[in-house]
Design a protein around this ligand. Structure first.
Ligand SMILES: *[C@@H]1O[C@H](CO)[C@@H](O)[C@H](O)[C@H]1NC(C)=O
Ligand SMILES: *[C@@H]1O[C@H](CO)[C@@H](O)[C@H](O)[C@H]1NC(C)=O
Ligand SMILES: *[C@@H]1O[C@H](CO)[C@@H](O)[C@H](O)[C@H]1NC(C)=O
Ligand SMILES: *[C@@H]1O[C@H](CO)[C@@H](O)[C@H](O)[C@H]1NC(C)=O
Ligand SMILES: *[C@@H]1O[C@H](CO)[C@@H](O)[C@H](O)[C@H]1NC(C)=O
Ligand SMILES: *[C@@H]1O[C@H](CO)[C@@H](O)[C@H](O)[C@H]1NC(C)=O
Ligand SMILES: *[C@@H]1O[C@H](CO)[C@@H](O)[C@H](O)[C@H]1NC(C)=O
Ligand SMILES: *[C@@H]1O[C@H](CO)[C@@H](O)[C@H](O)[C@H]1NC(C)=O
Ligand SMILES: *[C@@H]1O[C@H](CO)[C@@H](O)[C@H](O)[C@H]1NC(C)=O
Ligand SMILES: [Cu+2]
Length: 583
């Protein structure tokens, strides 16, 4: 009896790891940095330094990030991949779940850690994360699903020399009718151009690869080593041994790597950018990144490259979840057709179902929580907010038909989804168009890559009342309109959720109403809600189009400062930049 107790007691003590309150204070500021060694530029960091600190928590902790906005522009922070179940206001996307934090103001992001795995925190306002406001966010479990000796967090990112607002201005311009995206000047491994790693013989490492890119896709491998995939986007997977992995913007993959037993050879970790995306390939862009993996820093014997680069056969759809869940028939379908077209303002925009997203005058979450049973009417969220109201607990299938000649990574906030099928061309409900179904144990993640001119079918349970952004994670495409909002279970949200007062206070400080419809009004009167930039229909004369665009731009500028917060209005933005440069 005595001996059992003496064993049992320490075990119990060890397993009830005390949940902690992890508290951070972030003053969001400008800083200067030269991470690629080629160009020093103004970046956005924390407390005057860059990069922002990595955040580490353990399951059951509560994370509190006290932010102060010391920039001269609004900002907002998103913890990518968090379900925020019961705390949707802390999700972060500007004008979806919160008003952006005006310059000089504070906001506290507080939420419980119920998940584990590899995530990241990034700005969700205009192109700010490409200016550097992004950092890994690691949720440790105890115990972890797999054992390993050490973990190495490896953020990968593209890097621009120009400020995002200037890049956005050039991208969202009538002088860019093909919608050519700004091409990054560099790629960074570990936020630098000269990363290196040390491996100790015989040890097993968990590499947490996090793609914090705004645009570029990478293939990652280590010469002479296999990679065992064990996690995608916070979901533990069955171990699968591969030579290289592929990550689109915002995706994460953990791999286990067993170090060699000898130290006579060193190797390179390779991260090759997928150059298919770039409209032009600048000669000075080094898109095949490499970082040495040293077993012994005293010699220079490197193994020959055995890099597959873009020949990689890695395909995340074949991965299986460690905790399997079979697909079930959907109760409800949402069809989203992805396209890029020049719209009535003369700008090439991304769009779902022929309509680019424009932020409403009131955050969609505030509309949902303040409009009683009108919150079921999709129109109250605004004519170009692309709101889809979902019934509580429905199994929802999103059909993503990509008409574009480029691949796009789509991210759903507040959930992971199953990827159940994929195929070339357009899915019209004819099930034999699906190349292969994945129904027994489909992979689950929070970002899905939809290849060019093809479709993907994803499914999730609407079990998280709130307003959840769904968008392309290529930052340029999000800003141009490739986004929608899933309004999930409004009546349950109204019963269960009580938005902290501080969130209403920042709306007031920003001059934005925290209640009402997309126009900031009661009922179904939506006059004044941002809209009017649409497809150019046949039948308008060229002159007519010009007149119409001018009229819309005048209307948007007339909306004043609210629109400045709410909309990526290129004309107004351009004027502001010109004005600030003139000062
Ligand atoms: C930022 O500064 C605040 C106030 O001095 C400090 O409490 C906090 O720990 C700092 N945070 C970081 C990440 O440096
Ligand atoms: C976090 O969990 C605690 C305890 O279960 C709960 O009282 C609190 O409301 C939760 N906080 C949030 C922001 O969900
Ligand atoms: C978190 O809390 C749950 C429920 O109390 C418990 O089963 C689990 O072991 C805890 N996880 C960690 C890492 O402490
Ligand atoms: C990150 O994602 C972007 C965009 O999808 C992609 O172009 C880039 O190659 C990826 N980087 C890595 C290291 O996987
Ligand atoms: C290293 O040596 C151990 C023990 O001798 C062996 O079990 C293991 O397979 C070796 N590992 C590699 C990567 O060669
Ligand atoms: C909306 O709510 C009001 C009062 O709460 C009720 O009278 C009305 O029938 C409801 N309308 C619908 C469409 O459910
Ligand atoms: C989606 O498209 C399919 C095929 O065209 C159609 O059968 C289905 O009804 C559509 N679903 C919705 C919700 O519109
Ligand atoms: C469904 O697609 C298959 C494969 O393309 C085609 O052979 C078949 O005719 C289609 N069925 C219908 C009803 O359109
Ligand atoms: C949210 O919490 C509810 C219980 O409060 C649970 O039923 C649901 O599955 C959770 N959803 C997610 C996405 O975590
Ligand atoms: Cu895209």
């Amino acid at each position: 009896m005595k001996s059992i107790l003496s064993i049992a007691v320490p075990l119990v003590v060890a397993s009830i790891a005390k949940a902690a309150i992890v508290e951070h204070w972030w003053d969001i500021t400008y800083a200067t940095a030269n991470p690629d060694g080629l160009f020093e530029r103004r970046v956005i960091g924390v407390n005057g330094t860059w990069p922002p600190p990595q955040v580490d928590v353990t399951v059951n902790d509560t994370l509190i990030i006290h932010t102060h906005n010391s920039l001269d522009q609004p900002t907002a922070l998103h913890a990518h991949g968090m379900f925020q179940n019961g705390s949707v206001w802390a999700d972060g996307p500007s004008m979806v779940t919160q008003c952006p934090i005006p310059p000089g103001h504070d906001l506290t992001y507080e939420f419980n850690i119920t998940q584990h795995g590899s995530y990241w925190i990034h700005a969700h306002y205009m192109g700010q994360y490409l200016d550097g406001l992004r950092t890994p966010f690691i949720l440790h479990n105890n115990p972890e699903a797999y054992t390993y000796d050490e973990e190495i967090v490896i953020p990968l990112a593209d890097w621009y020399h120009e400020q995002s607002d200037v890049n956005l201005d050039a991208f969202l311009s009538q002088y860019n009718p093909t919608g050519a995206e700004p091409v990054p000047q560099s790629g960074l491994i570990m936020n630098t151009h000269d990363a290196s790693f040390d491996f100790v013989p015989g040890k097993t490492y968990r590499l947490r690869l996090i793609n914090m890119s705004g645009f570029s896709m990478f293939y990652v491998s280590i010469d002479g080593h296999d990679l065992d995939v064990i996690e995608v986007d916070g979901v533990d997977t069955e171990r699968e041994t591969v030579k290289s992995v592929y990550l689109t913007a915002a995706q994460r993959v953990s791999v286990l790597v067993t170090a060699k037993n000898t130290t006579d050879t060193n190797y390179y970790l390779r991260a090759d950018m997928d150059t298919d995306m770039f409209d032009t390939l600048p000669e000075d862009l080094d898109y095949n990144l490499a970082a040495p993996v040293y077993y012994d820093r005293n010699h220079n014997n490197f193994a020959a490259a055995d890099d597959e680069g873009m020949e990689s056969t890695f395909d995340d759809i074949t991965l299986k979840c460690l905790h399997p869940a079979a697909a079930v028939e959907p109760d409800h379908q949402v069809n989203l057709t992805i396209d890029f077209q020049v719209t009535t303002d003369g700008i090439n925009r991304g769009m779902f179902n022929g309509l680019p997203y424009f932020a409403p005058k009131v955050p969609s979450l505030n509309t949902m929580l303040s409009m009683g049973n009108l919150s079921y009417e999709e129109t109250v969220y605004g004519p170009q907010t692309q709101a889809f109201v979902l019934k509580h607990l429905d199994m929802v299938e999103i059909v993503l038909n990509n008409l574009d000649a480029g691949a796009h990574p789509f991210h759903l906030h507040g959930h992971v989804f199953q990827i159940v099928g994929r195929g070339p061309g357009v899915y019209d409900g004819n099930q034999s168009l699906v190349e292969q179904w994945y129904l027994d144990n489909p992979v689950q993640r929070d970002v899905v890559q939809v290849p060019a001119e093809s479709f993907a079918l994803i499914r999730f349970r609407a079990d998280n009342p709130g307003a959840w952004f769904f968008h392309c994670h290529i930052e340029w495409h999000l800003e141009s309109g490739l986004a929608a909002v899933m309004v999930e279970a409004p009546e349950i949200a109204q019963q269960r959720l009580k938005m902290p007062q501080e969130y209403n206070d920042i709306c007031e400080a920003a001059g934005i109403s925290s209640t009402g419809n997309a126009a900031g009004k009661e009922g179904l009167d939506l006059k004044g809600a941002p809209h009017g930039i649409t497809l150019i229909y046949d039948g308008f004369t060229a002159k007519g189009k010009g007149a119409m665009a001018a009229c819309i731009i005048a209307a948007l500028i007339g909306m004043g400062s609210i629109v400045w917060y709410a909309l990526a209005d290129p004309e107004k933005k351009a004027r502001e930049i010109r004005a600030s440069k003139a000062q």
